[in-house]
Design a protein around this ligand. Structure first.
Ligand code: PYC
Length: 399
């Protein structure tokens, strides 16, 4: 009989910590709480099934070539945790540090990419600028001629960037947490968060009330709804982001390629499929349906970069939700007015790549009841204190 990766448990009437959201952030937080801090009386509650949200819908791209010191150091920690994750969790995560190109098609974007390369290198992250012939050497199928509407002027090349199998990351964090005693409750929907005298007392769910003194919200696109339950208003706007996957082809693309001007990114998995994604849809929405408009515009833009793809077959397309913050940096924060409530959200279009560092630091914050230095800049009240951490320039695509 196939061994189950995690177990079903009766829901206890109380836990030390309840984590809302069974995606990579929630599960990584549970795993590191158990592994790093010995806190195991934890419930992870998920309204659908684990990995149903952004963790199962992203395009599995990893990188740390951000723009701000805070962002670069945080995503560098995340990438380093990813480097050891398959070994640590004893699971084949199909991790491939194949290198990541961000193409520049204008003088302004080349200036922005050059600044990022310099900031990255100053903080020990490997990034460099390549000219079109150097790009062509590594991506022989790319069109570097003057024929496309936006000819390629250069690229930010980031060798440690790459891809991983996203669902395997979710499953293996779930298994690692389960093995350490964490309970994972799927199909469990939060209806309210109980607070008395400014302190968390529990979570009301469709399966009964759980008493606890600490609650962590890791629900990405649904964060505004959960935070409303404890009276916190966040400057988040939720947008869909669409992606697609083709049928499988002989390996020909050996690096991740991103063009912010053309609003596209793509990579090829070890199974041969091309995984392709877009910027966010321009309307705030909670819908997760993909559209024909996306498919048409994506195909047109993709063919400008790679004309050889005129015959590919799309296998599937989908959408996920992105919880966008005004400065494009996440919110990982304690809340002064609600003791025991922690927010982990605002991941925008790059939550998946941040999940190990997010889990690591959120776990530390919960265990020590104080904010680790690594995430001190990501407090929720930075928007009213005018301490933004502007990462828009590091977005893969112009959102
Ligand atoms: O920021 O690397 C990124 C990214 C990939 C897909 C969406 N965003």
């Amino acid at each position: 009989m196939t061994e189950r990766m995690w177990n079903n448990h009766e829901m206890r009437s109380s836990y030390d910590v309840v984590i809302i959201g069974g995606g990579a952030h929630g599960l990584a937080t549970a795993y590191y709480l158990a592994k790093n801090h010995g806190i195991t009386n934890i419930a992870v509650i998920e309204q659908k099934f684990i990995g149903y949200g952004g963790s199962g819908r992203n395009t599995a791209i990893l990188r740390s070539n951000y723009r701000t010191e805070e962002g670069i150091l945080f995503y560098d920690q995340s990438l380093k945790l990813y480097e050891d994750l398959a070994q640590e969790l004893d699971y084949n995560l199909m991790f491939s540090q194949q290198g990541h190109f961000t193409l520049g098609h204008s003088t302004a974007s080349m200036q922005a990419l050059t600044t990022r390369a310099a900031y990255n290198r100053a903080l020990g992250v490997n990034s460099t600028i390549l000219d079109p012939p150097e790009i062509k050497k590594m991506l022989p199928e790319i069109d570097i001629s003057n024929h496309p509407r936006y000819p390629i002027m250069g690229a930010l090349y980031h060798p440690p960037g790459g891809i991983i199998r996203h669902d395997a990351v979710v499953w293996s964090y779930a298994r690692g947490a389960d093995q350490r005693g964490v309970h994972i409750h799927q199909l469990t929907e939060v209806q309210d968060i109980l607070v008395e005298n400014g302190e968390v007392r529990g979570v009301k769910t469709n399966r009964g009330t759980i008493h606890c003194k600490q609650v962590v919200s890791c629900v990405a696109g649904w964060s505004s709804e959960i935070c409303k339950m404890v009276g916190i208003k966040l400057p988040l706007v939720t947008h869909p982001l669409q992606a697609l996957v083709t049928t499988d082809y002989k390996p020909w693309l050996h690096h991740v390629v991103v063009s912010s001007t053309l609003h596209i990114y793509l990579s090829q998995t070890d199974r041969g499929e091309l995984v392709c994604g877009n910027g966010i849809d321009h309307y705030p929405h909670y819908g997760m349906r993909s559209t024909l408009g996306f498919l048409e515009s994506y195909a047109a833009h993709l063919l400008e970069l790679f004309p050889i793809l005129h015959n590919v077959t799309v296998q599937r397309q989908w959408a996920g939700l992105c919880d966008m913050t005004p400065d494009y940096s996440p919110i990982i924060s304690m809340v002064d007015d609600v003791d025991g409530f922690y927010i982990n959200c605002g991941w925008g279009t790059w939550g998946f790549k941040g999940s190990p560092a997010s889990g690591w630091n959120t776990a530390q914050m919960v265990a020590e009841r104080k904010t680790p230095d690594m995430i001190a800049a990501f407090r929720h009240d930075r928007y009213v204190k005018n301490r933004l951490v502007g990462e828009k320039a590091a977005a893969s695509v112009g959102n």
